[in-house]
Ligand binder design. Sequence first.
Ligand code: CAA
Length: 286
Amino acid sequence: METPQRIGVVGAGQMGSGIAEVCARAGLDVLVAESGTDALTAGRRRIEQSLARAVRSGKLSETDHERALARIRLTTDLDDFADRDLVVEAVAETERAKVDVFAALDKVVAREDAVLASNTSSIPIVKLGRATSRPEHVIGIHFFNPVPVLALVELVPSLLTGEQTRSRAEHFATSVLGKQVVRSSDRAGFVVNALLVPYLLSAIRMLESGFASAADIDRGMVLGCAHPMGPLALADLIGLDTTQAIAESMYAEFKEPLYSPPPLLLRMVEAGHLGKKTGRGFYDYG
Ligand code: CAA
């Protein structure tokens, strides 16, 4: 199976920067696109900090750190993606933004059988495929945060994804990046978020109703169920805007009341309290 050498990552937020990092650490040439120079600078800083952390914890040598950094270039011009073999889109979790990226990639990426992947958590892959003239090459490759730490990737072919794209995406995730895969049908939430998000929303409802404090809800799940972090801290890590967006996609698909985002989540997002990335969510990160 051919290993893709030239990788494109659209979006340098917490997911995009993590995906760029694992690709560079796997020896691939990585080009990362962002919409403006401030976002690019922030993305580069995130990658540098994460690589420095890996060096501190002894998982990466200084030499490999420098080599990985040298493999990553950043751009604000999607036209630079013409020569990419495989692209992972990791922009904000809105259908409009993602559809626009796929329509643009379709025009720019020259290689006809390049894999065009989305890191979406919940938006049906078929809608992204239909934004291109090559839906057989569009697939979901969904990573988990923090990307360098978590072993899982969900592979999500749409009804229009070809067999060759499925096997190339699986080869990329497993043999090239060293991740483990689960396969999911193209349903909002896929496997993991379909289970995780109702749990996070239930914790927010529990807090909202005064049932228990945030600290006690989280301690309950950490100490009582051995989760690495409680649901409110995890929602803060994922981002409350992203949590809301995933819940809305799942609610739109299934009309299941448990998937509907509770008012407290909506108000916090409206207030700009998006979790760890803005310094404030259910906890303060000042
Ligand atoms: N980037 C890179 N490495 C990181 C990191 C980051 N952002 N955060 C932590 N790490 C590394 C640390 O360097 C450390 O490595 P070593 O063991 O080699 O030293 C290791 O992870 C553990 O970190 P810490 O000791 O600092 O902290 P911890 O033990 O409390 O772990 C955690 C932090 C890894 C985030 C852990 O709490 C965890 O796994 N939490 C659950 C995260 C989770 O469930 N993520 C899935 C979210 S859902 C999603 O992403 C998909 C979606 O669509 C919403």
